[in-house]
Design a protein around this ligand. Structure first.
Ligand code: FAD
Length: 247
């Protein structure tokens, strides 16, 4: 983990209230793994707490993050132009465990989709066969469909039926019997909880969110599960069964 000033290369809207930001970094990209996140300081004196955002794409000296406007901090983030310097710490968290030569089911919900892009690229390189379900509220919220289509068989669901299957990812899984060895997911907590229940005993890795302050395991503001795991340092990725399987 390092503290660095990252330079905004671009910051563009890619879907409803959703932005993609490319950041130049000296050191962070070399430590970054799919599923890890960075904790970004906003250049605003009224916003002392950093904002945790997952790493969506990694190359030699760049990180791409994708975020949805969710409150004042992410609204401020959306205004930063190319050339802005942003202090951040990272990469943080444990990242996804990567399997090889398996049939993997990747399930993304809403703004949980971005970290699954770098994950899926890595899984594909490791010889895995990917079935990918991307769930969104509506067509306007869809992101990265073309990118995922290059990596495996993709099904899209929208709550309102404006694109693809009408319903959510769980409805889709209920209607389609998909066989797989390993499950990966990131999305709303209710989706992750239901997946833990439905696929008890399967190998799976799920990325959870929690409101967090320090991001490095000191404040214990982001604990989850009966054993009070810190999402920032024990997670954000947990083995299937760890957060809800024990309750
Ligand atoms: C490990 C991790 C990875 C994340 N990755 C992404 C991502 O890739 N894209 C994305 O759009 N969002 C992501 N989030 C959620 C994102 O951090 C929040 O949407 C953001 O912090 C909200 O800040 P705000 O000032 O706009 O909202 P406000 O509600 O005004 O924020 C107030 C405070 O609550 C905290 N907070 C609010 N919502 C959350 C939340 N869901 N999780 C954690 N802290 C929160 C903020 O950090 C801030 O300190 C991630 C969260 C975590 C924990």
């Amino acid at each position: 983990m390092v503290k660095e000033n990252l330079k905004v290369i671009y910051n563009k809207q890619i879907a409803l209230d959703t932005f993609e930001m490319k950041l130049e970094t000296l050191n962070m990209a070399s430590f970054a793994k799919p599923g890890m996140f960075i904790n970004i300081s906003l250049n605003d004196a009224s916003k002392l707490l950093k904002r945790p955002i997952s790493i969506c794409q990694i190359d030699n000296n760049h990180l791409i993050i994708t975020y949805k406007i969710n409150g004042e901090g992410t609204k401020i983030l959306s205004t930063y132009q190319s050339g802005t310097s942003l202090e951040a710490i990272g990469p943080l968290g444990n990242g996804f465990t990567l399997v090889e030569n398996k049939k993997t089911l990747v399930v993304g919900g809403g703004i949980g989709v971005p970290p699954l892009l770098e994950l899926s690229r890595n899984l594909k390189k490791l010889g895995n066969e990917l079935v990918i379900i991307l769930a969104f509220r509506n067509k306007e919220a869809m992101i990265y469909l073309d990118e995922f289509k290059k990596l495996g068989e993709v099904a899209v669901t929208t709550d309102d039926g404006s694109f693809g299957f009408k319903g959510n990812a769980l409805d889709y899984l209920h209607n389609n019997n998909i066989e797989f060895d390993t499950l990966y997911s990131c999305g709303p907590e209710i989706l992750l909880k239901k997946l833990e229940e439905k696929y008890q005993g399967f190998e799976g890795y799920l990325s959870y969110e929690a409101r967090m302050a320090c991001g490095v395991g000191l404040c214990h503001g982001c604990v989850k599960g009966e054993k009070h795991y810190c999402v920032c340092t024990d997670g954000p990725v947990f083995k299937l069964g760890v957060i809800y399987g024990e309750c």
